[in-house]
Design a protein around this ligand. Structure first.
Ligand code: COA
Length: 332
């Protein structure tokens, strides 16, 4: 049987920085409030003409270069995004594939908000284990600034832009393999975090009305509580199912939404500060890109070594959630 291994990681963060001080000039907020309530100091914002697929391509190029796998060997591309280049079609994954010059690939997007990267990891794993695909490029890419209302202080302080990518490849060596991925969803919480306008759920009479109406809306306080509960249970379940203790995890990589959520979950799980990967202070919440961007940070800092065990944990709009136990298994 084929197993699926995480071969490489890459990421891209746009150069423009939006600080808390900048936001305090736009809405009634302050650096002090944002820092205390979220841990975020700044986030990256894409250029006006820079698309989600442009960012995805830059992250993917790094992941491909680092993988030691030729791009001709990539047979599937999956992009997790809630801010695609185009509303319905073509998918961002097909645009990324074209810009990378990939041929003979299956390419599609999925929508699972901030859990997107864990979802595409599970899809890549399933395709590889079934023998249908051998090398899958997975990308979480978001231009959240395009769907953020910069007059709403409850949301605009949280979100940023960026992309992360990974190559998941087939192996016969079980010790290299992704151990497990859990995913779940509960649509009864749909109204906690949503873009209520612009789709068939809320059709508009005119394009003018629709333009600019696709902004995110969030019930922040309720989302916070469900996030802590769900993220903690998620990890407890996957560790128990695989008979792995939290001390065996080298890097706990939670979705980077809010430092207080990460701290509460880390404490509940008995994770030490050294185990918990944190990037929320510099990128804010980049939804589907947040986990691969965080893994890339520890990789580029030289903290992620071959064979080390990553524990991923995500939560997002839908509601969706997911966790994964993933050894880092580079080919070189
Ligand atoms: N600056 C200053 N004050 C703000 C503010 C801001 N940016 N946003 C809200 N406030 C005010 C509120 O109006 C409220 O004022 P009041 O007490 O006079 O009514 C007060 O701060 C507390 O608001 P509340 O919403 O209870 O704050 P909070 O501690 O829950 O923090 C969030 C708000 C959004 C930071 C927090 O709820 C959060 O992070 N939620 C989870 C969001 C998330 O992770 N979403 C993505 C999931 S993937």
């Amino acid at each position: 049987m084929a197993y699926a291994a995480l071969r490489s990681i890459g990421a891209y963060a746009p150069k423009n920085i939006l600080t808390n001080e900048d936001l305090a000039k736009m809405v009634d907020t302050s650096d002090d409030w944002i820092t205390k309530r979220t841990g975020i100091k700044e986030r990256r914002i894409a250029d006006k003409n820079e698309t989600t697929s442009d960012m995805g391509v830059k992250a993917a190029q790094k992941a491909i270069e680092r993988s030691g796998i030729a791009k001709e060997e990539i047979d599937m591309v999956i992009c997790a995004t809630i801010s695609p280049d185009y509303f319905c079609m073509p998918s961002t994954a097909t645009l990324i594939s074209n810009k990378l010059g990939l041929q003979n690939v299956t390419a599609f997007d999925i929508s699972a908000a901030c859990t997107g990267f864990v979802y595409i990891l599970s899809i890549a794993k399933a395709f590889i284990e079934s023998g249908m695909k051998k090398n899958v490029l997975i990308i979480g890419a978001e231009k959240l600034s395009a769907i953020t209302d910069y007059t709403d202080r409850g949301t605009c302080i949280l979100f940023g832009d960026g992309a992360g990518a990974a190559i998941v490849g087939a192996t016969n060596d079980k010790s290299e393999a992704i151990i497990d991925v859990h995913t779940g969803a509960d649509g009864s919480f749909a109204d906690l975090l949503m873009t209520p306008n612009g789709g068939t759920g809320s059709p508009h009479d005119s394009l003018e009305q629709e333009a600019g109406s696709c902004y995110m809306q969030m019930k922040g306080n309720e989302t916070f509580k469900v996030a802590v509960r769900t993220l903690t249970k998620d990890v407890e379940d996957i560790l128990a199912a695989n008979n792995i203790a939290s001390e065996q995890v080298d890097h706990f990589v939670p979705h980077q939404a809010n430092y207080r959520i990460i701290k509460a979950v880390g404490d509940a799980l008995g994770m030490s500060d050294a185990q918990v990967v944190l990037t929320v202070h510099k990128y804010g919440n980049t939804s589907g890109a947040s986990i691969p961007m965080a893994i890339n940070d520890i990789y580029e800092e030289g903290k992620l070594k071959a064979g080390e065990l990553l524990l991923l944990d995500a939560f997002g709009g839908g509601l969706t959630w997911g966790s994964a136990l993933v050894p880092f298994s580079p080919l070189r």
